[in-house]
Every structure is written in C-alpha cells, then in structure tokens.
Design a protein around this ligand. Structure first.
Ligand code: SAH
Ligand code: SF4
Length: 366
C-alpha cells in the first residue's frame, strides 16, 4: 500500500509522485481524508509535466504542502539543455535522490516531420561495457526508478510547451525509445514501472507500438518483457558471429547467439510490426563479407529488419566507422537478399546526442 510505504519512508528513499498510479494516488487521498477526485487532478498535472505541487492551481495549499513534504515530487533537476542545428534537443538532468544526488543522466528529443521521439536513459552509466559505446566507458553508477525515467519525458514535454521550436518539425512527444544511457533490461524494476505508467490510460496513454526498448540481448528479461509489456524490441546485434560478438557485446558470452535466436523467435509482435536488429558498422571489424554472410544466415526476414548504424565517435574511441560507400554496399547486399535494411540517420551529433555518445559528465557542469 502506497500510503503505508509513504508513512514508513525516510528522507533516503521518498516515494516518487510521478511513479504513482491513479489507484495508488486514490489510496493516498483516502488515507489523507481527501476527496477521491483530487487524485485525478494531481495526475493530470503530472501528465502535463507539472510536478511541483505549488504550481498545481486547483489543489488546496495544505494538500500541496503535504504532497511536497511526503513525496519526492521532482525527481530530476534540469541542469542544461543544448539544441542541435537539426532541431534535436539534449537535456542533462541531475538526480534528486539523497544517495545519488550528484549523478547525472541525459535524454534527447528528436523531432521529425510527423513524430517527436524522446530517447530516455534507464541507468546512470552501464554495467555491460560494450567497447564501442561511450556510456559503457562510464561504468555503472545506479539504476533509475520508474519515476526518474518518466520524469525525463515529463520535463521534455513541459520544455516543448514553454519554449516551442521555431521550425516545422513535430512539437509533441509521440514516441519513446529506451536507447539513452544504460541497459533497460538490467533495470527491470525501473523499466517495468515506467512502462506501466507510459501505457496506462490514466498515465501517458502511449500504445505499445510507439514504445521501443533497445537491449544488448538479456534473453530471460526479453521473455518477461514480451509477457508483461510487449512493446517494440530492438536488439543491439552488431555481429552474428559468436567470437566477434563476445568482444563487441560482452553479454553474448552469457547469452550467445543461438539463445538469442530462440528468444527472438518467441517474442510477441504487434500486427505488422517487426523486431529491429541494430548493427553499428565498424571499419574492418564487422563490415566484411563473412560478417554479411553470418548476418544473412542469422536473421529471420519475416519478423526482423536491420537498422545499420553509423559509428558515432567520441574522444579516445578505439574504433572508426565504416565508409559511406561500404555502408551502402552492405545495405544493398542485404536488400538484394530480400532483407529489410535501413540506415539510421545520425541526429544531434554536433551536440554529442547521437547513439552511444551519451555520457553525463559532472565535471563539465560544476
Ligand atoms: N543498452 C541498450 C540501449 C542503449 S544503447 C543497448 O545496448 O541496446 C542504444 C544503441 O546505441 C544501441 O544499439 C547501441 O549498440 C548503440 N551504440 C552504442 N554506442 C554507439 C556508438 N558509439 N555509435 C553508434 N551506436 C552506438
Ligand atoms: Fe550498455 Fe548498451 Fe552501451 Fe552496451 S551499448 S555499454 S549495453 S548502453
């Protein structure tokens, strides 16, 4: 019961307002002898990105105060926003939990003509250490709660409303991708709690078709995701040869390709949907003829598409990206074999907001 949890919580671990469901808020209002409708009013403010009770205009002051004193209402503080020449906005947030107070995470808003995508972080750093990934080099510093994951989206929604873009691109958040810092499936608690709120009719009301979870391939967790929240799935494949993938995506040593294959074959897909296999092309590492042949042998073209990704360099990265010509050759060869292959256009790379470039650096800010 949330009201008991709140009563027992101490300053170290306050419950987070934006992670509460309508039922939980209603329980809290009942325990506080407040009318039931207050729960919906509070939730409506949260869904608009207004998390500070003092700004919830139709909530009486004593209740505003009680909320502020009993819950962690604003789990993130916006530290910096950078805007790319292509409209992409990158946000740096600090966490407001006592134990992780100095930690930072990043989220990105990517506007296109017909959609606005928010790329969110699920962890501070990442434990998995893929050698081509900037986040991986940061090491692991902590899991985000569901509230902290949701708060990234709410903060971006509020920012877009207060400071709309002066271009023709989409201004609303229509799609969510878990492709920022961290491995979402290594933080199942935070992931599941955030998905419950994203997909709930009382929450952000996003259909499973508008949400994509990207993972390096934790197979038991993929299976559970399919059972509980069957959203779109993207797999960081990067090689279909076990010995190479062991190095590029080290979790492959625990969950090798044959296990991943079986798991993908059973993942529930929404109608006319596919699983995306992400493949970052690294010069002379995974862009050779044998790599192409292995990829063609691995993929199930009826259910899976390939998204070829340009390597995004970062300071002292040990790899270089494949040439544009080779990228085109690679994608054409796949297409000629009846495989759907797209090339991911890099967005926001002038502000280090592209995939794998996210690494919150406290030293730059303080
Ligand atoms: N941990 C999850 C999600 C975050 S990474 C995962 O690995 O899937 C999001 C995507 O960016 C992944 O496909 C990842 O492999 C890719 N990526 C990481 N570093 C990159 C880099 N330097 N250049 C291009 N893509 C990168
Ligand atoms: Fe972690 Fe994904 Fe980066 Fe690998 S690619 S280190 S799993 S964030």
């Amino acid at each position: 019961m949330i009201e008991t949890a709140i009563a027992n919580s101490n300053d170290q671990e306050l419950a987070q307002l934006c992670a509460l469901t309508l039922t939980e808020l209603q329980g809290l209002m009942a325990a506080w002898m407040q009318p039931k409708f207050r729960a919906k009013q509070i939730l409506d403010w949260c869904n608009k990105g207004i998390l500070n009770p003092a700004l919830m205009k139709n909530i009486p002051a004593p209740l505003q105060e009680r909320l502020a004193n009993s819950l962690l209402c604003e789990p993130l503080t916006l530290v910096r926003r950078e805007c790319s020449s292509d409209g992409t906005r990158k946000y740096l947030f600090s966490l407001n939990r006592v134990r992780l107070a100095t930690k930072m995470v990043e989220a990105v808003f990517i506007p296109e003509e017909k959609r606005g995508t928010v790329c969110i972080s699920s962890q501070v750093g990442c434990v998995l250490d893929c050698p081509f990934c900037h986040t991986g080099t940061q090491g692991f510093e902590g899991n985000l709660t569901g509230g902290e994951i949701i708060a990234q989206i709410l903060a971006i929604k509020a920012d877009l409303r207060h400071d709309p873009m002066d271009n023709e691109l989409h201004q609303e958040v229509t799609h969510i991708v878990y492709m920022g810092m961290g491995e979402p499936l290594a933080n199942e608690k935070g992931l599941h709690s955030s998905l419950a709120i994203l997909m709930s009719d009382d929450g952000l009301k996003l259909s499973r078709r508008r949400i994509t979870v990207s993972t390096s391939g934790l197979t038991p967790q993929i299976e559970r995701l399919g059972q509980l929240y069957p959203v779109n799935l993207a797999i960081s494949l990067h090689s279909a040869i076990n010995t190479k993938r062991d190095t590029l995506v080290p979790i492959n040593r625990k969950h090798p390709l044959q296990e991943l294959r079986q798991c993908l074959d059973h993942y529930p897909l929404a109608l006319q949907r596919h699983i995306t296999l992400e493949y970052v092309l690294l010069a002379e590492v995974n862009d050779q003829a044998e790599d192409l042949a292995a990829l063609v042998a691995f993929i199930n073209p009826e259910r899976e598409w390939i998204n070829l990704i340009q390597f995004n360099p970062y300071p002292s990265s040990p790899f270089s990206g494949t040439s544009k010509e080779n990228m085109n050759r690679f994608s054409q060869s796949l297409i000629s074999k009846g495989i759907r292959a797209t090339v991911r256009r890099s967005r926001g790379d002038d502000i280090m907001a592209a995939c794998g470039q996210l690494k919150a650096s406290t030293e730059e800010v303080i």
